[in-house]
Ligand binder design. Structure first.
Ligand SMILES: *Cc1c(COP(=O)(O)O)cnc(C)c1O
Length: 360
């Protein structure tokens, strides 16, 4: 069927994992971040394909439960942790590791049945000021947690707010984190993708990598290939119609683009309901038969129009690459005023996923 699909290359994810590990300090392991269905790549598939990673992380309890129900035996950390007794019991039942980022979560643990067994990571707020315990709360939290015989603290982590673009802020956060953990024998984790690639760590036991694992650069001035990463997905659709278009005529909703010459437009079967961003501006490139052509007019729900000019032999049924395979996701994100994370996590259920597992 000539309908949009996402082609996912699992071998590139393994390549990226090796590369990222080589950028970290000695003895640093990776935590593979597979929240939001592994940024659209399929959490189960990514988990199963990456032998070198033994701990994965998701945002929410239900994401972890789904992976355990699917048979994943590796460790899974829930970044948001749990806030109710029922959710806590669910986490224990499925052997999920919870994040403890607030005093109310610590209170919840006091009601643990004595035969239960819970692993947790403690989250410290080093300066992002979203989730995490403050430095003056941490000692008390750790001593309460250590006193609970059914709770095991697996480590302390913290999260950068601006590791891609703010050295000062990141340095402050790294110093805060190091001051806090330096005299403790405990596993630590400070970096995400951007922090790891910038070298914003001294010693840490784990780096938490999401975007870079999928081969995308977290930096606005660098593409993945500059970093040695291999993008692990291509978004593909097909030409639905090729039409003559007259000079001076608009195309699509609101007529926001008007042609300055007679031309041919290829109408492609993908739109914002598939996760191709409506904010993509006229001029955003797509690839057809290895040639870049500009998107023209508004992205609609199921279709986009492409100006293929008068000399191309683009025809109905031709394959169109919207990103990946020579067209950097990072560049398309820029053309649509979004970040690559939004593109990856926005590809909708209507788009089928196909997997390949070798590097060409
Ligand atoms: C999403 C997330 C990560 C991964 O970030 P990337 O920029 O994709 O590497 C790491 N840590 C936490 C707490 C996260 O929420």
């Amino acid at each position: 069927m000539a309908e949009p699909y996402l082609l996912i290359n699992l071998a590139s994810i393994r390549h990226n994992a090796e590369l990222l590990k080589s950028k970290a300090n000695n003895n640093c392991e990776l935590i593979g971040v597979i929240k939001a269905d592994a940024y659209g790549h399929g959490a189960l598939e990514v988990c199963q394909a990456t032998d070198s990673i033994n701990i994965f992380a998701v945002a929410r309890l239900s994401e972890g439960v789904a992976l355990k129900l699917a048979g994943v035996e590796k460790s899974i950390l829930i970044f948001s942790g749990v806030n109710t007794h029922d959710d806590l019991m669910t986490a224990i039942k499925f052997g999920l590791i919870v994040t403890i980022h607030s005093e109310s979560q610590i209170e919840l643990l006091q009601e643990l049945p004595s035969e239960s067994n819970l692993h947790c990571w403690v989250k410290f707020d080093s300066g992002m000021h979203r989730l995490g315990l403050h430095s003056d709360e941490l000692d008390r939290a750790l001593s309460i947690l250590s006193s609970l015989h059914n709770v095991k603290i697996d480590g302390i982590f913290s999260h950068y707010s601006s590791a891609d673009n703010d050295l000062e802020r990141s340095r402050l956060q790294l110093n805060n984190f190091d001051d806090l953990v330096c005299n403790r024998t405990i596993n630590t984790s400070i970096t995400n993708s951007a922090g790891l690639l910038q070298g914003y760590f001294r010693e840490q036991s784990y780096a938490r990598v999401g975007l870079s694992l999928y081969g995308i650069s977290p930096f606005s001035n660098k593409n993945s290939s500059d970093l040695g990463l291999i993008t692990s997905q291509s978004l593909i659709a097909f030409v639905t119609s090729v039409r003559r278009h007259k000079k001076g005529e608009p195309v699509g909703y609101d007529g926001v683009w008007v042609s300055d010459r007679d031309t041919n437009l290829a109408v492609v079967g993908i739109g914002y309901a598939d996760g191709y961003p409506r904010s993509a501006k006229s001029g955003t490139p797509v690839l057809i038969n290895g040639v870049e052509y500009p998107l023209v007019g508004r992205v609609s729900m199921d279709l986009v129009s492409i100006d293929v000019g008068n000399d191309s032999d683009v025809k109905v049924g031709d394959k169109v690459t919207l990103w990946g395979g020579g067209l950097p996701v990072e560049h398309i994100a820029k053309c649509a005023d979004v970040i690559p994370y939004e593109l990856l996590t926005g590809v909708s259920k209507r788009v089928r996923r196909y997997y390949s597992d070798n590097l060409k």
